[in-house]
Write a protein that binds this ligand. Structure first.
Ligand SMILES: CC(C)(COP(=O)(O)OP(=O)(O)OC[C@H]1O[C@@H](n2cnc3c(N)ncnc32)[C@H](O)[C@@H]1OP(=O)(O)O)[C@@H](O)C(=O)NCCC(=O)NCCS
Length: 137
């Protein structure tokens, strides 16, 4: 299967969710994006990206993956270190290699974050070839 048809098994409506413990490494204090021991905004984005990546990987042909190209989320409520957050991603758009997700993060049923996330399907070796080209410019 070539990359242009790589998304053919992916359909809007696919929903995936994962739970994560908010460990100290995810805190704003540890990351340096803030001073308090709560889930940092960069860490929340990491958990959203990881959930979306895992959600679609099994639908892709071998030697393909997805890379994050856009994140637009609001961080609406804090989640404490030691707490468990639930990340839900819903695939709402598939246009060729472009995948668009609606995303939500919850702590105890309260919305911690919400927004949209875009990923692109790439053929790993071609992507790395471009990285090498950029590096050698
Ligand atoms: C994802 C991305 C490739 C999409 O770009 P695009 O506008 O669709 O790409 P184009 O079709 O214009 O092609 C540009 C280059 O992307 C690469 N590319 C295109 N299609 C590709 C594919 N199917 N697989 C791998 N790389 C591909 C090629 O290197 C291409 O250059 P080339 O044609 O000279 O080889 C680009 O936005 C990007 O690299 N973003 C950075 C993503 C990132 O690093 N995220 C963090 C890691 S998760």
């Amino acid at each position: 299967m070539n990359t242009s048809s790589a998304s053919c098994d992916l359909k809007p409506g696919l929903v995936c969710e994962e739970e994560y413990v908010v460990t100290e490494e995810y805190s704003a204090k540890h990351i340096g994006s803030g001073t308090v021991m709560v889930l940092s905004t960069p860490s929340m984005i990491l958990l959203i990206e990881r959930t979306a990546l895992n959600c679609v990987q099994k639908y892709l042909p071998v030697n393909h993956t997805t890379v994050g190209t856009m994140v637009s989320v609001k961080h609406l409520n804090p989640a404490p270190v030691g707490g468990v957050v639930r990340v839900v991603v819903k695939l709402i758009g598939v246009e060729g290699r472009r995948l668009l997700f609606e995303v939500w993060v919850y702590y105890k049923g309260r919305v911690v974050g919400e927004g949209q996330h875009e990923r692109y399907i790439v053929e790993v070796e071609r992507f790395l070839e471009r990285v090498r080209r950029i590096q050698s410019e």
